[in-house]
Each structure stands twice: as C-alpha cells, then as structure tokens.
Design a protein around this ligand. Structure first.
Ligand code: MN
Ligand code: MN
Length: 321
C-alpha cells in the first residue's frame, strides 16, 4: 500500500504537523520502499544578493497542505501510482558553504543509492549541483535538463576565484560531466548581465537558451516542443527556479527579474513534460522573507505538485503498471 496524504476530511488541512503534501515523514534509513522522496534543503549559502531561501522548505511544507490528490487536467493520481514520502531536510551547515555542499551531496548519494527519485524544495540554486552529481553517478551518465529560470546560472567565478554560488551550478555540473549541455534547455532567461560575454560560455557548450523574448514569441506549447526535442528520450532532470516567473506571481525570491512567465503558462509547460524520462526535479529560490503572504511558497509547491504527478507516472510505467 502506497503512502497517502492525510485526508482533509479526517484532519483539517490547516491542522497537524506540516509535511510535504501531508505525506508521512520517513527517515532516509527507513525509506527502502519509497519511490519518490520529497526533500527540503534549507540553505542559501550560495546566494550572492538577497538571502532568505533557507526558509523556503518550511513555508513550502506549510503551503503544500493546499494541494490535493488528483490532478484536475490530466487526471493523474500520483499517490496511487508511486509510494511517496517526505524525507525531511538534508543536513546543512549555515556557516560553511563547502561543508554544506558535502552534506547535501552525501544525503542525495544515499537517496539515489536507495533508488528513490528526488523531488526537492530549496534553498538556493547551488543545491542543484550536489543533486545532479548524485543522480549522474547512480545513472552512470550525464543528464539532460529542462531549466526554468530568469538566469542561466552558468557563470564561472565570483569575488575573484570563488567557484560555488547560485550563479554557477550548471557550469560546474557541465565541467564535471554531470550535465550534458547538448541536452540542456534554459527557458525564461532575461535581465541585465554583468558583462556582454556572460551568455557566451553556455552557448558555446551547446546549451539551448530560450530567452524571454523568444518565449513570448513562440508561446509555451512551441517552447515545450523544442524542449522535448532537445532532451529526447534520455534521462532528464527538471530544475525550476521560481524567479523564472514574473515577480507579480512570485515576489518572494532573492533575485527577481520583471517581465517573466505567468503561473498559468508555467503549469502548462510542466504538464508538457509528460512522458519524458524524468529522473528528478527541484523548485528553488523561494525566499519567504520577501513574501510573508506565503503566495510564492504556494506557487513553488504547486509547481512541485505538477512535477510529482508526472514523476509518479514515470515510476508506475517503469514498474510495468
Ligand atoms: Mn537559478
Ligand atoms: Mn534565477
């Protein structure tokens, strides 16, 4: 029997201890029968400007009580298809970035070795690096990625020679062979650059960068046709930086850029991931101090819900159901 969220008809959805999607909390050593692990990374040590995403997972757990059991468009009922649990938060060290990366990495190594597909709530975007490392290791190949963001996060260094910030994870992942740039597509890119050369490295590696102007011209359906063509049938990670959205919809983030994607379009695009060979996903950069209403956290967990449905379908098909 798969885990099910506590019914809102038994315990009101505002009551009880908040876990992701009202699923049971299962400690990682006891998670051997879990297919999809929902994980918080309460950490923003890679943030270069306005910090606060360390508070994301707790508020996203709270707002995740708004989700229910059956998707209203495609009808997928994820908890019927896969055994899901809240695996808690990864260990972090708020005063040591490199130690945090190691701790996060060890946690995801264990998740992957146990065959659990991770769905993560951040935290700043640097946390995608240890996740991609762990996934690429267990799958023994570089992954493709569909990346929603205002920023490419393929910068090289900050403050002289420092290589690890939330502006660098995908450059490091490509250099390390965890990510295949030719199977990577970035959607929603916009905002002023540090230098005119900021974009060049990713394009030289073969990343397909769909800037917001092209996105607005094409519309979400055609953009996703292109994204699906680029990642193909191969193993694919989905990384959703909430600042891909217009700050009208998601003001609670550290590096907002105006002129972004609407929540409705983002949901439509995530539904277009259906049938892809998904291996994991994250939603990052929800920073509650900039949106005490909780709306940005609600937006973030609703994007997680969209991805959870499709990940559960992937699990179910792999298990031959
Ligand atoms: Mn980002
Ligand atoms: Mn961003």
């Amino acid at each position: 029997m798969n885990n099910k969220p506590i019914s809102g008809h038994v315990l009101p959805r505002f009551a009880g201890i908040a876990t992701f999607m009202r699923l049971p909390y299962v400690a990682l050593p006891e998670a051997n029968d879990i297919d999809i692990g929902i994980i918080g990374v309460p950490w923003d040590g890679g943030t270069t400007n306005r910090a606060g995403a360390r508070h994301g997972p707790r508020q996203m757990r709270d707002l995740s009580t708004m989700t229910r059991n059956v998707h209203h468009v495609h009808g997928i009922a994820p908890y019927e298809l896969a055994n899901c649990a809240d695996l808690g938060d990864t260990p972090v060290n708020p005063v040591d970035l490199m130690d945090s990366i190691d701790r996060i990495q060890r946690f995801y190594d264990q998740v992957c070795e146990q065959g659990i597909m991770p769905l993560t709530a951040g935290g700043d975007h640097l946390l995608s690096l240890p996740i991609l490392r762990a996934l690429a290791k267990v799958h023994a190949e570089p992954l493709g990625m569909i990346h929603f963001d205002a920023h490419t996060d393929t910068m090289d260094r900050y403050f002289g020679d420092f290589e690890y910030t939330h502006g660098t994870p995908f450059r490091r992942a490509i250099e390390e062979g965890a990510l295949d740039p030719k199977r990577t597509v970035q959607i929603g890119i916009r905002g002023a650059l540090y230098t005119a050369q900021d974009k060049d490295w990713g394009l030289e590696q073969g990343i397909r960068v769909i800037e917001i102007e092209e996105y607005m011209d094409l519309g979400p359906d055609k953009v996703m046709q292109e994204a699906r063509r680029i990642v193909g049938d191969g193993k694919t990670y989905v990384s959703f930086d909430v600042d891909a959205l217009d700050p009208v919809y998601a003001p609670g983030t550290g590096t907002p850029e105006i002129g972004g994607i609407s929540t409705h379009d983002a949901q439509a695009m995530l539904r277009d991931l259906r049938g892809l060979n998904l291996v994991g996903a994250d939603v990052v950069e929800v920073a509650p101090p900039f949106d005490p209403s909780g709306n940005t956290a609600l937006v973030g967990v609703t994007m997680m819900w969209e991805m959870l449905c499709l990940m559960a379908e992937v699990i179910s098909k792999r298990q031959g159901n």
